[in-house]
Design a protein around this ligand. Structure first.
Ligand code: ASP
Length: 433
């Protein structure tokens, strides 16, 4: 019998997870069973993905940079990558602002619902505010200072320091380019082999993906808040999701026009990473799979993907920035505030920066939203309004974040003549060997 393609297996896992979650909530003690006996497998799956992230960045980025052979190539690729990332983020925020001003979801929230939501969730949002203000209180150049670690082992010991690990890997790669070939060769060979091992480990982890997402979604369903509050926020959620769908359409147009690849080719290649982003709500946890899919199935040269994707996972969050713009204006509308054009333009800047600063982990976009709100003078108590529905939206925006990174990697690769025929066409075979 022909084996089901991986993306179908993952989808099946997701659907079954939701069903089992729904069924278990109907029984007394059912939720506990899911929490105690199913959720841990989801956690193990996410942990095994996160486990790969730091070694993967180190190995692939060092190999990628040193393969470039000269520094001018690196600065060309770096400039292009950052430039295109910024452009896509600004486009995302603009789409979000446009939609939220047209649909005006905040106007449909009744006074009673607003109070109910604020009451229910104000406790939860306090810790978000604290976290965001910690980041805000530091000086204007703190973000730059934070990129340079004082100890690489310390940096590599915390997944949230990914940008520091990236900094070290690029720096190390540059060093490797500059020393005589005789000396650099064995080091490069080592990282080459190391990289291969990591890629194989990702393949192995992906075999468990359908079971992992099953467990994650079953746990999510039993732990989600009541459906009534969701209903109150339906227009807000609709606005965010419509915006995110437009971004996906935009990526497809870009891939078609610039990389000259069809949407079905793109989806086939990237969908397992998208499904994983949706299930885990974390671009960082998805990174190993994004890298593998983009390199092996979308034909992006490793030299490009190993550079563009780790950076993208940490700084390019189009879905997050779009969500932050919609959420900020939605909250303002719900509180009856009229935002001037100037304030809305300010939101473009702060949402872009806040999305760059958001960590690639679940819920990070909401933490950084506090900064967008503060800057625009919108009441932070409004966070409580959107809390109930944040997780499902997080799942959707993370999917867009990951798709955006993959798109940009294809565009950068094309512009450098590094987009090839993919190594693996029949991806089932790939996972079989
Ligand atoms: N969960 C998102 C990500 O990892 C960040 C966010 O909360 O928007 O990409």
């Amino acid at each position: 019998m022909k084996k089901l393609a991986l993306h179908w297996q993952i989808l099946l896992g997701m659907v079954l997870g939701v069903l089992v979650g729904l069924i278990m909530t109907q029984f007394d003690g059912g939720s506990e069973i899911v929490r105690d006996w199913i959720k841990p497998f989801g956690t193990i799956f996410i942990n095994s993905l996160k486990l790969i992230a730091v070694p993967l960045i180190l190995a692939s980025l060092i190999k990628g940079v040193s393969d470039l052979k000269d520094i001018s190539k690196l600065s060309k690729m770096g400039g292009r990558t950052i430039g295109i990332y910024l452009i896509t983020t600004v486009i995302a925020v603009s789409i979000g602002l446009f939609l939220v001003n047209i649909i005006k979801p905040g106007n449909s929230i009744s006074e009673q619902t607003r109070q109910e939501l604020v009451q229910n969730y104000s406790g939860d949002t306090d810790k978000y505010k604290e976290e965001a203000f910690k980041q805000k209180e530091s000086g204007p150049l703190q973000a730059l200072v934070d990129i340079v670690p004082e100890n690489i082992f310390g940096a590599a010991g915390e997944n949230k320091n990914m940008l520091q690990v990236i900094f070290f890997a690029i720096f190390f790669g540059i060093g490797l380019i500059l020393i005589p070939e005789k000396k650099s060769k064995p080091v490069k060979k080592f990282f080459d082999g190391f990289n291969e091992v990591i890629l194989k480990m990702i393949d192995l982890i992906m075999l468990a993906a359908p079971f992992g997402v099953f467990a994650l979604l079953a746990a999510l369903v039993v732990e989600s808040p009541s459906i009534d509050l969701f209903k109150a926020l339906i227009w807000y959620a609709f606005t965010v999701i419509l915006g995110l769908a437009l971004m996906i359409a935009f990526y497809n147009v870009m891939v078609l026009l610039i990389a000259k690849k069809s949407p079905s080719y793109f989806f086939k290649g990237i969908s397992p990473a998208q499904l994983l982003a949706f299930s885990t709500s974390s671009s960082a946890a998805t990174l190993p799979v994004t890298m593998e899919r983009v390199t092996e199935h979308l034909g992006v040269d490793e030299e490009v993907s190993s550079f563009v994707l780790p950076i993208g996972a940490t700084i390019n969050m189009d879905g997050t920035s779009l969500y932050q713009a919609v959420a900020a204006v939605f909250i303002a509308q719900a509180f009856g505030m009229d935002l001037s054009l100037g304030v809305q333009l300010g939101i473009i800047v702060t949402a872009t920066l806040a999305s760059i600063g958001s960590a690639a982990v679940p819920g990070a976009g909401m933490v950084m939203l506090v900064i967008v709100l503060a800057q625009a003078g919108i009441p932070e108590a409004g966070l409580a309004l959107i809390f109930a529905i944040d997780r499902p939206l997080d799942m959707c925006r993370t999917t867009v974040n990951v798709t955006g990174d993959a798109t940009v990697s294809m565009i950068v690769a094309k512009s450098l003549d590094k987009l090839h025929e993919p190594k693996v066409k029949d991806w089932d075979d790939h996972y079989k060997d």
